[in-house]
Design a protein around this ligand. Structure first.
Ligand SMILES: *Cc1c(COP(=O)(O)O)cnc(C)c1O
Length: 359
């Protein structure tokens, strides 16, 4: 049997048709491509953290339910007492877990453009995926079309990133509530960028039994730990918990996240600085000829470049040592679009200056 025959025999066709999620090698670049918090911790905080890691029982399996961490996460995120949470190895794992729990012929919906993993994982699992096109002028939900598509296709699950990635906007909250009300399936509000906005659906959890709110510590400043959670009704969380691998949150993540989240002032200051820089980068971008930044409630800004210039500008920035994200190859509404993550003031200045050099 040839290797290709072997692969065809044992790997499902929908997986063979996929391309792996590629991450650019950022070695040596000013890294403004992945929505990371650019700041680390003061030395004395790092020293305290090392003491905790020193005492971690890495010879033992971790607490399978991560009870202490769940308590801290619920408090830090003001999860209502009536809701339960489930933890994932990043919120990516929670998306996978949600989709694995669906019937084999289920339909998954998400706006387009949005976070690519919804579609990627749905297709990987052989589920039906249906994109919901956003409006071209402002990346808002097209409510009439969305409600009609929900009515005709009855999706088991809808993902709404709030704020949306890669566009940065918050969808109209009344439109979201109508989607929740008109859905017979689950509606997942993916609040990965919660640290950079005051808007949230956590306060609506008690009102809708088909609403779940997902968050992550990645964009807050702990991307290396791989930790996300989803909050919803205890009965639903209980079912999802059966599909979760027992020790999915390792002991170093558990003890490090418990430690980090018990220092909320650290993150409050960092995220506040990032939000101030977001406003400054937006203004600067809008003064550069040909660049049109989109208003953002997240820690990145999507901007439109002159027609057919996005890839040239992306490459020219790279040559100047700055890595951002080129979204133009995704086409559709993202044609001519680049996305920059907000970094430290000096990194943002380097980006703006390099961009001015490109035009
Ligand atoms: C970054 C991101 C995630 C993934 O977060 P992890 O917890 O790091 O897996 C999920 N959803 C959206 C919208 C994101 O932008």
């Amino acid at each position: 049997m040839t290797e290709q025959d072997l692969i065809s025999a044992v790997i499902r066709p929908e997986i063979r048709a996929l391309t792996a999620y590629k991450v650019a090698d950022a070695t040596g670049y000013i890294k403004l491509d992945a929505m990371e918090n650019p700041y680390t911790w003061p030395e004395e905080i790092k020293a305290e953290w090392l003491n905790i890691v020193h005492d971690a029982a890495i010879n033992r399996y971790p607490d399978p339910e991560a009870k202490a961490l769940c308590r801290i996460l619920k408090e830090y995120n003001q999860i209502p007492a009536e809701s339960e949470i489930l933890l994932g190895n990043g919120s990516d794992e929670i998306i996978q877990l949600l989709l694995m729990a669906l019937p084999a012929d289920a339909t998954v919906m998400a706006p387009e453009p949005s976070f690519v993993m919804y579609k990627q994982i749905a297709q990987c699992l052989g589920l039906n995926y249906q994109g919901l096109p956003l409006l071209a002028n402002n990346f808002e939900l097209d409510l009439a079309v969305t409600l009609a598509t929900i009515k005709s296709q009855q999706p088991e699950i809808i993902f709404l990133a709030y704020p949306n990635n890669p566009t940065g906007n918050l969808f109209d909250s009344d439109a979201i509530e109508q989607i929740i009300q008109h859905s017979n399936g689950l509606v997942i509000l993916d609040e990965a960028y919660a640290p950079f906005t005051d808007f949230s659906f956590i306060g609506k959890l008690a009102q809708y039994n088909n609403l779940l709110v997902m968050r992550t510590v990645s964009k807050l400043g702990l991307a290396g730990l791989r930790l996300g959670f989803i909050a919803g009704s205890p009965a639903l969380i209980n079912e999802l918990n059966k599909a979760r691998l027992p020790y999915n949150i390792n002991i170093l993540t558990q003890c490090s996240a418990e430690f980090a989240l018990s220092h909320p002032e650290l993150f409050a200051e960092q995220t506040q600085t990032i939000c101030l820089e977001r406003a400054r980068v937006f203004l600067q971008l809008s003064t550069i000829k040909g660049m049109t930044p989109c208003p953002s409630a997240a820690n990145f800004i999507l901007f439109r470049t002159p027609k057919d210039k996005a890839t040239d500008i992306f490459n020219a920035l790279k040559e100047q040592g700055i890595l951002i994200k080129n979204l133009s190859p995704q086409q559709g509404l993202l044609t001519d679009c680049l996305r920059v993550t907000i970094g430290k003031p000096e990194e943002n200045n380097a980006f703006i200056n390099a961009l001015k050099e490109c035009i």
